[in-house]
Design a protein around this ligand. Structure first.
Ligand code: DC
Length: 231
């Protein structure tokens, strides 16, 4: 029997481990995975490369809005790794650098940027069978998603995880710098007027501060099975 496909929205704070969990779930159940944060990062990288963000991190909103039609973002999977493609170029590594992390929140707060990316995200999910993670997936992108998860963990736990990841990738970042970035991004994400980060009323809360990756993966697979059994 063919299982019905659903839409799975996973929102939460930066570095809460939601991407790893979303990716693993998608692979286990044979769904497409889309990292919506990568799309905001790709727009930010484009803006940085084209002199649309000044040295203090202030975006030139008008120029970025005018450039939106020239920014094409896609995803390509190779060897099981999802790569973000910006105008035909694989920018997966570059968009994860601190320079992009430091500039992305003000760019993601521009309403026109959000409208353009939300439309693209909805097009990716038109056929269902998708796991998408971000900040506003359950509230704005897919308000009718059959399964919504909101992931939370303390800022220190998240900074520790992010710091470890960066060091493993050979980056020079300090823990203090990473923690400051996490706290600063939380603040901008929570207080922006357009689609602020908040838990959808029908989302299930997961605080994974004290959970292992295996525990999280098992937890979300159970939630998926419950959601499917209700169809
Ligand atoms: O998940 P991430 O850290 O890669 O996200 C990068 C930035 O993009 C972060 O500052 C929040 C923003 N973002 C957003 O505003 N809406 C989304 N759906 C996903 C990410």
């Amino acid at each position: 029997m063919d299982t019905k496909k659903i839409t799975i929205a996973i929102d939460g704070y930066s570095s809460s481990g939601k991407s790893s969990m979303a990716k693993r779930l998608a692979a286990t159940i044979g769904y497409r995975y889309i990292d919506s944060g990568a799309m905001y990062r790709a727009v930010t990288l484009y803006a940085m490369r084209n002199g649309m963000i000044d040295d203090s991190g202030n975006p030139d909103t008008k120029k970025i809005i005018a450039a939106l039609p020239d920014i094409n973002i896609d995803f390509a999977v190779s060897d099981g790794i999802q790569n973000t493609i910006l105008n035909g170029e694989n920018v997966e590594k570059e968009i994860r650098q601190m320079a992009v992390s430091n500039n992305v929140s003000p760019v993601a707060a521009i309403p026109e940027v959000r409208h353009a990316l939300v439309a693209k995200q909805q097009a990716f999910g038109a056929e269902k069978g998708i796991v998408m993670d971000g900040r506003d997936i359950g509230t704005t992108v897919f308000p009718d998603a059959e399964l919504k998860i909101f992931v939370r963990a303390s800022a220190e736990t998240r900074a520790q995880r992010r710091f470890k990841e960066l060091i493993e990738k050979g980056s020079q970042a300090s823990y203090e710098e990473v923690l400051a970035n996490v706290v600063h991004r939380d603040h901008i994400d929570e207080t922006r007027s357009e689609s602020p980060l908040r838990q959808a009323s029908d989302a299930i809360l997961l605080d994974n501060s004290n959970m292992t990756i295996e525990e999280q993966n098992g937890w979300i697979l159970d939630k998926y099975n419950e959601a499917i059994s209700k169809l």
